[in-house]
Design a protein around this ligand. Sequence first.
Ligand SMILES: Cc1cc2nc3c(=O)[nH]c(=O)nc-3n(C[C@H](O)[C@H](O)[C@H](O)COP(=O)(O)OP(=O)(O)OC[C@H]3O[C@@H](n4cnc5c(N)ncnc54)[C@H](O)[C@@H]3O)c2cc1C
Length: 608
Amino acid sequence: MTNKYPDAEFKDGVYYHQHDVVIVGAGGAGMRAAIEAGPHAKTAVVTKLYPTRSHTGAAQGGMAAALANVEEDSWEWHTFDTIKGGDYLVDQDAAEILAKEAIDAVIDLENMGLPFNRTPDGKIDQRRFGGHTREHGKAPVRRACYAADRTGHMILQTLYQNCVKLGINFFNEFYALDLVTTKDENGKTRVAGIVALELATGDLHVFQAKSVVFASGGFGKMFKTTSNAHTLTGDGVGIVWRKGLPLEDIEFFQFHPTGLAGLGILLTEGARGEGAILRNASGERFMERYAPTIKDLAPRDIVARSMVKEVLEGRGAGPNKDYVYLDCTHLGAEVLETKLPDITEFARTYLGVDPVVEPVPVMPTAHYAMGGIPTNNEGEVLANNDEIVPGLYAAGECACVSVHGSNRLGTNSLLDINVFGKRSGRNAVAYAKTADFVPLPADPAKEVRDMVERLRNSNGTERIADIRRTLQEEMDKNAQVFRTEETLTNVMGTIHELRQRYMNVSIDDKGKRFNTDLLEAIELGFLLDLAEIVAYAARNRKESRGGHMREDYPDRDDANYMKHTMAYLTGDPHSPNPEDHITLDWKPVVFVKNDEGELRYPPKERKY
Ligand SMILES: Cc1cc2nc3c(=O)[nH]c(=O)nc-3n(C[C@H](O)[C@H](O)[C@H](O)COP(=O)(O)OP(=O)(O)OC[C@H]3O[C@@H](n4cnc5c(N)ncnc54)[C@H](O)[C@@H]3O)c2cc1C
């Protein structure tokens, strides 16, 4: 067999590549990191999707930055909103960085060629979004920079074009399946590279690297009703978890208020930013009761809970009274066609409803993972509360910095991927310049080869689609907007059974080329691992905060729970009780003080 990759060594059926920096993922975070790293070090981006198919491209509404282009604004108000929106679980120093560096992040994108919507005098236009306010909550502020309702698409295309211009080396449709680590003389984890499977051929590739950046996105596919693409299966988060590294605040998942009812396809909050209103069956603007000051523009956790409450209390619309309406009819055809064209089309295509003349049925949809791989503000991955893993970085939705705390504000993720994507790329290069390669173990692809062979050769009777469907339905039923001890215990039992059944799955396609059957089986394994941690950590947090609402503990409990969850894999992952293999610990929240030594953003009750 000839070596298709002349830069790589081909040995015992495996390709060996060597790069200073390897980035896993070509969404916004991965490509922003690549733009920093590429010009200064030998860099490769390994991505399971062709870059422009990454989920960043589906983002609609906008990217926050206190540019003050259309009205007064400041990075300090933006920081305050981010911390309050996150129900005070946000690390406040990180939120200050996010809000301050937002301004350069937008200008960077503009300089790279991103066609933002403009004001009549040519500045970048800005629109309202949930939880973004002026003067610490007085009224909604115009802070979201946008390109119609295709902001993520424009960001992704712009970043990709700039990567192409810089000659970044992409390995497209390569699935990273393992992080290669060794232990140093002190027993500390050292990163040597990654192992990936090439979709087109089924070949295994080892990428040796001084720095590895995970930018592999979220894991919304553990839920049935979700705005997330099919590919968002948490692979990177799962890989890091299986290596014994911790996950932070994994119980906090965001349910976006306006998914198309029954489908979950997203209608951007930008619609409410432009003035759309939520109504119940009798046409009442119910958010006036739940958030009298900013109403429909309250943070997502509050709006989603209010919607579900309306339905539970019998005020839902439709034949089964199981949804509410998003009313855009008063915005007029021109605003809808020019500022919200995609979502207007989605409602027409998928529900046969024309938002110009009738309200659109909506319900909350699983949207965003606030938790993930813990990092410090430099994008360096943490092995525990404060010790870093040298050479390992994470950015974007797979990471937890934590700038979103227990509930992310809309438009802060496109911002996060740019600010912390840039930081992680820059720091990954700086590290690679000083470090040596960590020697690879004798057969670094062994674990992946064994996993692939086990799945390919299995004669099991279980079907991937059945297990996945049950997981998604049970997560929707038990771990969605409202949770209790009982529902979480139920879903943990189901997940355990599913994990046992998963050991007995088989796949129809036994071949090597484009074996998506095999990859779906592997992705399901990551989803099952992560769902178990989500449910277990959620059961352990006996309070309600942000996106985590416990009906049996309805209040926020700062005395006992104003701290981050840290989860560790500490035993046989297949032992029946999570207690036997998951250890939960805590990490303090970082507060910022002013010159007088007082808290600059003191925790308060969240009122809107
Ligand atoms: C419908 C929708 C609308 C949204 N709208 C907004 C918005 O208006 N504003 C906002 O701020 N946020 C929005 N968000 C959230 C935001 O878009 C995402 O959180 C963000 O884009 C995530 O970027 P990322 O780079 O971390 O991951 P992604 O863009 O999801 O990219 C992940 C990358 O990782 C790669 N990958 C994954 N697994 C592997 C593997 N095993 N091996 C190799 N590569 C792998 C994929 O190929 C992909 O390139 C929206 C999200 C959705 C779903």
